[in-house]
Design a protein around this ligand. Structure first.
Ligand code: UGB
Length: 599
């Protein structure tokens, strides 16, 4: 049946699939050789791609699928035999404390050896935004998109390392893209000059989809006669790609020591990444999981200690959809609920900010081929649990790398307070309003934006500045905490320790609750400021500003909730927020390179 000009590779693959891997159905309807040869070659080429894009090839994929489907058919829980408990070996860090400062200092000392990786293959389908999520404004006061904010932290760190005498510093960034996001992310980078990064610093790793499975025998699902249906395999693919492209090994060979993983919409990951790095280095951890207080039923994983009936134990993430069944199955009759005294789940939230020891990581990848524990979530259509409502597939998660860490290595976790927590932008405004009404963090554009302001305002307060408190507000049904719109660009303060010397007399800095304060530029010192309105400060590299005593009072900026009519016609980035920012009056201070201003 094979095409006349079939390559040996394709021939061997077809034979193996038919006679060893139970996939004869793929070729059953084929007409004799010489007919539809181009279509046959196309299917064989697709199968060869699926073979190459999975650690261990299709045999491994089908083997894992059968094992996991077997468990699903028998109705077994993936975490059968494991009992969860609240882990007690983490580090709780409060920015502003001496402990935080010490860890951040340690992190700064290691910063020259840092690399970054973000899975960004997911489309914001739940969000109501048709572009790539990297293009979303992190907040509308500056309009900086998420990728610009990430890049600005990397640039600011590089500058810090270079100024500290560390020589030229380029910290690499790997971005996992997919068919859905590759063009959008490449365009965003091109149109913005890579946001100041050098193109050679940025590696795009393209995630391929995996074969969809038609039944519990793990027969590959066809889409038409000559194409296998495919589906995304999850963010865990980032490990396979960092390995199969040689990226992790190259970075390790270049002397890089740390690798920070994070996700595509929460810029607050950078509020504490250096402290996290410090903890990782101090504890000699292979992996350090960033965590935050978690509300029960919030769609973030939970850091759990799992103890097996046979005595093994592990600290890892339990995904949000598995936590409640696991708790119920292990005797916690109330399930995933908040602790009455704290108002939060007793389990720390896991937000997929993961600091890795890169050398240990590269060694583990060499042993595992980048393979990550997988799971499957079939929706059966019959009681015999053999057929599915629609094809399913194996999936894997970035944080499940922890499960492949060799037992002699350490897995740590570090928790930060809510103000420095996790505020992703994942949900559309209607879903967000529903979550809001249930008291569950809405994880949408408005809450994410307010969290950015709140984090920066909290930094100022922790230093001793007087900054007006946030007040409860609501925009189109989404409850937010609305305080002064403070944005301290990474160029001004890439981390808390480096902010401190910029405000030598913080008790002389006062920002009213209705104010907006945007500061960017490295060489800026604010001694005394009284702000009641909007102030934007930009100091170019090579210029400097010392604010000796400045009073600004103006009409400032206003977040205006959309009416129904405005909401109906608002463009996407405004519609997902439910408001627009009206800049009534702004005091702007712009200092050019070579200028040195004292006010
Ligand atoms: N992503 C990919 O790059 N490829 C994929 O195939 C899928 C996703 P979601 P999820 O803290 O917010 C995760 O969809 O999977 C990228 C954690 O598992 O936003 O629901 C995508 O672009 C969970 O434990 O999240 O849940 C994005 O950057 C919890 O930490 C990232 O992967 C939760 O995130 C996450 O994808 C959270």
């Amino acid at each position: 049946l094979l095409p006349a000009d079939c390559s040996d590779e394709h021939r061997r693959l077809a034979v193996r699939l038919s006679f060893e891997l139970g996939q004869a159905h793929l070729f059953e309807a084929w007409p004799p050789a010489g007919q539809r040869d181009a279509d046959k070659t196309q299917l064989l080429a697709q199968l060869a791609t699926l073979e190459a894009n999975y650690p261990g090839g299709l045999a491994a994929y089908i083997g894992s699928a059968r094992a996991l489907l077997g468990q699903a058919v028998r109705g077994e829980n993936a975490l059968e035999g494991w009992t969860p408990s609240v882990p007690d070996d983490g580090v709780d860090l409060q920015p502003g404390s001496p402990e935080f400062a010490a860890f951040e200092e340690r992190g700064l000392a290691e910063a020259a050896h840092l690399a970054f990786a973000v899975p960004a293959g997911g489309l914001g389908e739940r969000l109501g935004f048709s572009g790539v999520k990297f293009a979303l404004p992190s907040e509308v006061s500056t309009g900086s998109c998420v990728l610009r904010v990430y890049a600005s932290y990397i640039l600011a760190l590089q500058r810090h390392v270079e100024r500290a005498g560390g020589g030229p510093c380029r910290l690499p960034l790997a971005v996992m893209v997919s068919d859905d996001t590759v063009a959008g992310i490449q365009r965003l980078l091109d149109e913005n000059g890579y946001f100041g990064l050098e193109p050679s610093q940025v590696t795009l790793l393209k995630q391929e989809k995996v074969a969809a499975l038609a039944d519990s025998e793990a027969r590959l699902a066809l889409k038409g006669e000559y194409e296998v249906a495919t589906k995304p395999h999850g963010h865990g693919d980032i490990h396979f790609l960092l390995h199969s492209t040689g990226t992790a090994q190259r970075w390790a060979a270049e002397g890089r020591r740390w690798l920070y993983f994070f996700q595509d919409t929460n810029t607050l990951y950078f509020a504490h990444h250096l402290a996290t790095l410090g903890v990782t280095a101090a504890r000699g951890a292979a992996v350090n999981m960033v965590s935050v207080p978690r509300k029960a039923k919030e769609a973030i994983g939970a850091v759990c200690k799992l103890t097996h009936a046979d005595g093994r134990s592990v600290v890892c993430n339990v995904e949000y959809n598995q936590l409640e069944p696991l708790l119920l199955a292990s005797g916690h009759a109330a399930g995933d609920v908040n602790d009455a005294s704290s108002g939060f789940s007793p389990y720390p939230g896991s937000i997929n900010g993961l600091m890795f020891d890169l050398v240990q990581y590269a060694a583990t990848l060499a042993a595992t081929g980048g393979r990550i524990d997988e799971f499957i979530n079939p929706k059966f259509s019959d009681v015999s649990r053999s057929a599915f409502k629609s094809p399913t597939r194996l999936e894997c998660m970035m944080q499940d790398y922890v499960k492949t860490v060799p037992p002699e290595q350490t897995v740590a976790w570090t928790r930060y307070p809510l103000e420095f927590g996790y505020h992703p932008c994942k949900n559309d405004i209607l879903s967000a309003a529903r979550l809001s009404a249930q008291g569950i963090p809405p994880g949408c554009a408005s809450t994410s934006e307010m969290a950015v302001y709140h984090m920066h305002a909290t930094q100022l307060r922790l230093l001793g500045a007087e900054v007006g408190p946030p007040q409860p507000a609501s925009y189109r049904g989404v409850a937010v905490e609305r305080g002064p719109a403070v944005v301290l660009d990474a160029s001004f303060a890439p981390c808390f320790s480096l902010l401190e010397p910029k405000l030598p007399s913080p008790q002389r800095v006062r920002v009213s609750a209705r104010s907006a304060l945007v500061v960017s530029g490295r060489d800026v010192v604010i001694e005394a400021l009284e702000l009641d309105g909007a102030l934007e400060v930009t100091v170019e590299e090579g210029g400097s500003l010392r604010v000796l005593d400045l009073r600004v009072a103006n009409r400032g900026w206003e977040f205006v909730e959309h009416t129904d009519e405005e909401q109906a016609v608002a463009e996407e980035t405004a519609a997902i927020r439910g408001y627009r920012l009206v800049k009534h009056e702004t005091r702007r201070i712009h200092v050019r390179a070579g200028e040195h201003l004292r006010l």
